[in-house]
Design a protein around this ligand. Structure first.
Ligand code: AHR
Length: 500
């Protein structure tokens, strides 16, 4: 089969937004403890952070990190995690049935974020708490010295406010699993009043209302409508969360997961714009896709402990990703990029150990999962403007979507540096796809690099002992002649083609 693409620098969607390449650190399993923080580790720095993980975080190209949850935040008392470490209380975390020693909290996270060079995104607890505690943590984090909470921060060694701009108003409040789960009406009131109070403290914050936990939630669409109708003037973004997995060997449906992400984003945009028309407002609401990934929720290791067992930092949600998982992750990034006009921020959930691109051994090695590669390469090379492309592509049948395109692609064009970057996925399960791209509108371009992530076994994985089993390789089928690029895309593959 042949896939034909026509590109033109005039077909611009929106600038590439650095915040598309965010991630997420939750107090869950080994993400914080033995993930980013392990004071006894041979690579630990003076603050107890693993420098091997810091290096991989930088290499991954992560720009912002959401913290401290996730389901965890809906029962969290932020004040447990500040002040002298030896005086901090241990607490049960109801969401993951674990014990949190609270040796890492807001101040430690902010120190880590600075070292990692990432922008923080902080979530407040609107599950078991409300307006007052949200304003308290905002004052502790951002207020200049001179009031009780900012003076407490200064006494804890941090005289300057952190200036955290992005704040999530709770987490997945539409989910019946959430501590303090709410109806859309209840959440709409609470989010609005919390946002109003937070803006009274600081009008310049960027506030994110909870949207839907997946596009298959019963309340999907209605939730966004009700929440935005109430909160429209007080928030900037509404969140979206989506996790994908292969079910019963159905590769075709799994490979088309980005089709659901497209549908999710376009449905929320339509709903937000409907509310805009209804309320006769000028401003537009954007999407914060602040949890997305492949996640095998039915795997045994994904189940939280139960009964009397309340372990500290157990192995939880430690998915070991395959080649096909990496292809889907690369395709989800393509979907996020092509919606850069309305997706203002996104977070790969999560960063370390918990459904993560980076894995660690306690006391030992840190290594890259298969999914690390498409994320790192997209974050590094997507720049300038995202281009709308004309694509002619055959379709295939699958159980979840009916018909899906056999390939998906997006391109970015950086006029200043003269770099054109094409990202392409083959969803074919057998045989090569012949890619032909008309680039004649760009004048003279040369191929800089062509890399393809593919493995003859789509279920091949990386491990600490074999960390490079699945990694991008040079694609030497790429040719460029007379403004036309041709390439063979192998079955179940993700590619990046860089030209200048
Ligand atoms: O990222 C793992 C969990 O998935 C988060 O805690 C929650 O928000 C979502 O359901």
């Amino acid at each position: 089969p042949t896939v034909t693409i026509t590109l033109d620098p005039a077909f611009r969607i929106a600038p590439v937004r650095p915040r598309t390449f965010g991630s997420f650190v939750e107090h869950l399993g080994r993400c914080v403890y033995t993930g980013i923080h392990e004071p006894d580790h041979p690579t630990a720095d003076e603050d107890g952070f693993r420098t091997d993980v810091l290096e991989l975080t930088r290499e991954l190209g992560v720009t912002s990190v959401r913290y401290p949850g996730g389901n965890f935040v809906s029962g969290y008392k932020w004040e447990d995690g500040v002040g002298p470490v030896e005086e901090r209380p241990a607490r049960h975390d109801l969401a993951w049935h674990t014990t949190d020693p609270n040796t890492v909290g807001l101040d430690e996270f902010m120190a880590w974020a600075k070292k990692a060079g990432v922008e923080p995104m902080y979530a407040v607890n609107l599950g078991t708490r409300g307006v007052a505690e949200a304003v308290d943590v905002l004052q502790y984090a951002n207020a200049p010295q001179g009031i009780a909470l900012s003076d407490q921060r200064a006494a804890n060694g941090h005289p300057e406010g952190y200036g955290i701009r992005m704040w999530c108003l709770g987490n997945e409040m539409d989910g019946p699993w959430q501590t303090g789960h709410k109806t859309p009406e209840e959440y709409a009131r609470l989010a609005t009043e919390t946002a109003r109070a937070m803006r009274q403290e600081d009008p310049d914050l960027e506030l994110i209302a909870c949207g839907s936990s997946s596009s298959s939630m019963e309340t999907f669409g209605a939730w966004e409508n009700i929440v935005l109708t109430e909160a429209y003037d007080f928030v900037d973004m509404i969140s979206a969360h989506a996790y994908y997995a292969e079910h019963d060997g159905d590769q075709g449906s799994f490979l088309a997961s980005a089709q659901d992400m497209d549908y999710f984003i376009e449905s929320v945009v339509a709903t937000a714009d409907h509310v805009r028309a209804k309320l006769k407002r000028e401003k537009r609401i954007h999407i914060s896709f602040d949890e997305w990934n492949v996640w095998y929720q039915k795997r045994a290791e994904s189940r939280p402990p139960s009964g009397d067992d309340w372990p500290v930092a157990p192995v939880l949600l430690e998915d070991h990703y395959t080649a096909i998982d990496a292809v889907v992750v690369g395709n989800l990034l393509i979907s996020l990029l092509r919606h850069s006009d309305r997706v203002a921020s996104a977070s790969l959930a999560q960063l370390v150990n918990v459904i993560a691109p980076i894995m660690t051994e306690p006391g030992g090695r840190a290594w890259k999962q298969t999914t690390f590669h498409p994320f790192a390469l997209t974050a590094r090379h997507a720049s300038g403007e995202v281009l709308r492309l004309a694509i002619d592509v055959p379709t295939y049948e699958n159980a979840r979507f009916g018909q899906s395109d056999l390939a998906d692609s997006v391109a970015t064009w950086d006029e200043e540096s003269g770099e054109l970057t094409i990202f392409a996925v083959s969803r074919a399960t057998e045989g090569d796809l012949d890619l032909a791209v008309d680039l004649s509108a760009f004048g003279d371009l040369e191929l800089v690099e062509a890399l393809t992530l593919h493995h003859e076994d789509p279920y091949a994985r990386n491990s600490a002992d074999a960390p490079d089993t699945v990694a991008p390789q040079a694609n030497d089928t790429v040719a460029l002649e007379g403004g036309k690029l041709t390439a063979a895309l192998p079955a179940i593959s993700w590619s990046i083609l860089r030209l200048k």
